[in-house]
Design a protein around this ligand. Structure first.
Ligand SMILES: Cc1cc2nc3c(=O)[nH]c(=O)nc-3n(C[C@H](O)[C@H](O)[C@H](O)COP(=O)(O)OP(=O)(O)OC[C@H]3O[C@@H](n4cnc5c(N)ncnc54)[C@H](O)[C@@H]3O)c2cc1C
Length: 482
């Protein structure tokens, strides 16, 4: 039985030399995910090559009494793959094989480290795609998508990841290998796949996924409606939804984001005079798209769109989507840090909530921009800042707090697709009562009674190895170089 001090040796024996990282310079890269505010150093990072190695790594951690954290590409924005309590990170990038694409059954079987966009690439020759398309899809993994129940611009029509996962193979915190769900999509008994999707790596390590593939649409039309301001664009979203149309995507990009995109490698010729643009994608049978486009044109004009530009070909469409999906990256030009918020409000409340968010940004004097999945009511107010400046940092956190409360006050929720992680665990009580949280905790306990699998995530706590109090976490003294 290895003890904690010998764990690294044991792990290296399991995964082989070079695939167990423990030097400070290697561990530095794993100190955070896309949320740069929260940090925690793992005691080691292992890169297993197959499920058997995952089982052995989990068992070795258990024997040593050390917790572990599954990790994909680390693009998460809520601190989900952060190693707290000196946990071992189980990095899934070597589990990166598409094991099967079955065009007849429209199903793929993949390992968790497969990059989202690579799965769609593998399915494309068969006229199929993997519908969940987070803007990070060139980097993020299917395992991360499953754990976060990720969405994307096309969630409006195609649903989030949970709608596309049929069966899973998982390693439980006990070290048992389990198969749940069914390739047919028909299941019985408790919906354990449903429980694992969105569980943020707190129930098990996913080692294989059987996912649904979706036929590529017969035709696609992408329109860019130019608005003088963001509130009018939000009103137009309401009108489109009310009309009964179901676009594949309805995305809003505001002026500050447009400026950042146009100054970056993602530049797509977005209009410099726009207060905001609404990107509308329609897909389906060729015959139905022309009348739908006319309907959209009329609806956006009714809310003051000054013009509508239509992508003339696939290259133009791709350029628009590259710009939209590169927006967070482009915002990285504005300041050393970007805090990407993620909340959902009922769609009819979008105009008033956006107004409030702008006012909150102004009140706290923070650099706020908005680029979001408007059709889902899924807001991403983004704050550009420099965490070396304690005063600015305090204002960023205060603004974020107020934004979340404003969203909840109109019947919204505190996360759409980025998860709770460490970022929002202390906000869970805004939407859940003690009984709700206790029921969730009991579900977790059924999988992980000892809380060794990704500890410290989702649940509010003040008695964890890191205090959840923002000051105690060191927000006020976090150094840029740490
Ligand atoms: C530029 C940018 C744009 C983004 N756009 C979107 C978007 O449009 N929609 C969206 O939903 N998200 C978006 N995200 C957030 C992020 O990309 C997603 O949450 C993504 O699914 C995370 O995948 P990952 O492989 O990077 O996972 P990680 O960040 O490594 O991990 C995320 C969570 O998954 C768990 N996990 C990872 N692998 C496994 C596994 N094998 N078994 C069990 N648990 C596991 C981790 O423990 C962690 O809790 C964006 C992020 C960035 C940086």
């Amino acid at each position: 039985m290895p003890d904690a001090s010998r764990l690294v040796e044991t792990l290296e024996a399991i995964v082989g030399p070079g695939f167990c990282l423990s030097s400070p310079e290697h561990l530095l890269a794993y100190e955070c995910d896309g949320l740069t505010l929260h940090r925690g150093s793992p005691s080691a990072v292992v890169l297993p090559a197959d499920k058997t190695e995952v089982v052995r790594v989990v068992r070795a951690c258990r024997a040593a009494g050390v917790p572990f954290v599954p990790r994909g590409a680390g693009t998460g924005l809520s601190g989900g793959s952060l190693a707290e309590c000196g946990a071992v990170v189980i990095e899934c990038s070597r589990l990166n094989r598409v094991l099967e694409v079955d065009p007849e059954d429209r199903v793929a079987v993949v390992q968790p480290g497969v990059v989202n966009a690579d799965l769609s690439k593998a399915a494309a020759p068969f006229g199929l795609l993997f519908a969940p398309d987070p803007s990070s899809q060139q980097a993020c993994t299917v395992g991360g998508n499953i754990a976060e129940n990720s969405g994307g611009p096309h969630t409006l029509k195609y649903g989030t990841t949970t709608n596309h996962v049929l069966a899973l193979e998982v390693v439980l915190p006990s070290g048992e290998l389990l198969r749940i769900g069914s390739r047919t999509g028909w299941d019985f008994g408790y919906d354990l796949v449903g429980a694992v999707v969105g569980s943020e790596g707190t129930l098990c390590v996913v080692t294989e996924a059987t996912v649904r593939l979706t036929p590529l649409p017969e035709a696609v039309e992408t329109l860019l409606a130019v608005f003088p301001d963001i509130v009018s664009a939000c009103r137009a979203v309401g009108d489109v939804i009310r009309s009964g149309l179901v676009p594949a995507a309805l995305e809003i990009v505001d002026r500050r984001t447009i400026e950042a995109i146009e100054a970056s490698v993602y530049a797509a010729g977005l209009p410099a005079d726009a207060g905001a643009v609404l990107l509308v994608e329609l897909d389906g049978a060729v015959a139905v798209l022309a009348p739908q486009m006319e309907r959209v044109r009329a609806l956006v004009a009714g809310q003051g769109a000054t013009r509508v530009e239509v992508a003339r070909d696939a290259a133009e469409r791709q350029r628009l989507w590259r710009a939209r999906k590169g927006a967070f990256g482009a915002l990285g030009r504005l300041a050393p840090d970007l805090y990407v918020h993620d909340a959902v409000v009922p769609r009819p409340r979008l105009p008033e909530v956006i107004d409030q968010i702008l006012a909150i940004g102004e009140k706290h004097g923070v650099r706020l921009s908005n680029v979001f999945h408007a059709g889902d009511g899924n807001l991403h107010p983004n704050i550009s800042f420099d965490r070396r400046d304690p005063d600015e940092l305090a204002r960023v956190l205060a603004a974020g707090d107020e934004i979340l409360r404003a969203c909840v006050a109109v019947g919204g929720v505190i996360s759409g697709e980025h998860g709770i992680g460490t970022e929002k665990r202390d906000f869970m009580r805004l939407v859940f009562g003690e009984d709700d949280l206790a029921a969730m905790q009991r579900l977790r306990d059924a999988f992980d009674p000892d809380h060794v699998c990704n500890p410290g995530k989702i649940f509010p706590t003040t008695r964890f190895c890191v205090e959840s109090n923002p000051k105690a976490r060191g927000y006020d003294r976090v150094s840029f170089d740490s």
